[in-house]
Design a protein around this ligand. Structure first.
Ligand code: MN
Length: 240
């Protein structure tokens, strides 16, 4: 079988620091690239570009990965920003929204991590909590800094007969690096994993109109340390 071509929507940084001569850089965290390679996929990075290019990009890949990163702009789901937010990326939002819509048109599966899952939920008509730490009934920290990224810090419970149940079992422990979270779930998505405080941690497509798998945690941070986090990349490359 030909190796599936996995498009990974990339990010940008204005100043990559002294080691990289303070250059502006297009990049994706290497965990996505290396995990896809390790399970037999051929990763292609899709740099942020004009939404009009989304169709041509999607025609050249088999599946799309939406990576983590900046918070999704609240105006995309009809809210004003709660706090002045530096790490927003409007060009990235617009390009990735176009990739999502084009993936639906071309019937190409999407695997979405953290911000990617949040953006897809917004693209499909859902909304987000801007900062889960402000929810009074929350008992667990969803931003685990300074605990190392590969260390799982909170439990999830998966729903029966879901992709995530097959990979993670009924209960698992995952890492957590998010301020935002799904509030209103998009009508075509179903929640298939929850944290113990009720935050939606995993979503899948509800019907067969399209194929979608999203997780709120970061398998890319932990695929070398936890078999479950490599297993989800294996599922994405081979079976999604
Ligand atoms: Mn979490």
């Amino acid at each position: 079988m030909e190796r599936p071509i996995i498009g990974i929507a990339a990010n940008e940084v204005e100043d990559a620091g002294a080691k990289l001569y303070h250059l502006p850089i297009s990049y994706t965290p290497a965990g996505y690239v290396k995990a896809v390679q390790e399970v037999g996929g051929l990763p292609f990075l899709l740099p942020i570009g004009t939404p009009a290019d989304a169709k041509a990009y999607m025609q050249r890949i088999d599946k799309l990965i939406l990576a983590g990163g900046q918070n999704v702009a609240p105006d995309l789901y009809g809210e004003k920003p709660l706090v002045a937010e530096a790490a927003l990326a409007s060009e990235r939002d617009q390009f990735e929204l176009a990739l999502i819509y084009e993936a639906l048109v071309q019937k190409k599966p999407i695997f979405a991590v953290c911000r990617g899952m949040q953006l897809a939920n917004v693209a499909l008509g859902g909304s987000l909590y801007q900062d889960v730490s402000q929810l009074s009934d929350l008992q667990i920290a969803h931003m685990q800094v300074p605990i190392a990224r590969e260390i799982p810090t909170h439990h999830i419970r998966t729903e029966k007969a879901s992709v995530l149940r097959n990979i993670y079992g009924e209960q698992a422990k995952v890492n957590s690096f998010h301020y935002q979270a799904v509030k209103k779930l998009a009508p075509d998505l179903k929640a298939t994993a929850f944290s113990e405080d009720g935050i939606i941690e995993g979503v899948e497509n509800r019907s067969s109109k399209f194929t979608f798998l999203g997780v709120q945690w970061h398998p890319d941070f932990a695929y070398e340390h936890l078999e479950q986090e490599l297993a989800i990349f294996r599922y994405v490359v081979k079976d999604l």
